[in-house]
Design a protein around this ligand. Structure first.
Ligand SMILES: [Zn+2]
Length: 66
């Protein structure tokens, strides 16, 4: 088993990790309703995929004010 000869400083490890970033989620406009949606996924706003209605979108009922 390889074993590190010398310990890396905290700064060295942290400098390396400055490049660790999460990728931005890519959003593309839905061709049906122009709402931003994730690519290769059914549109959450209109339920269309590949020009067809795939799922029915239930309209959320507004909560009653107390
Ligand atoms: Zn849509």
């Amino acid at each position: 088993m390889p074993l590190p000869k010398q310990r890396h400083s905290k700064a060295r490890g942290r400098k390396r990790r400055t490049h660790w970033k999460i990728a931005k989620t890519s959003l593309a406009p839905c061709p049906q309703c122009k709402q931003p949606k994730l690519p290769h996924r059914v549109c959450g706003a209109c339920g269309y995929y590949n020009g067809k209605q795939v799922i029915e979108i239930k309209v959320k009922e507004k909560k009653k004010k107390r």
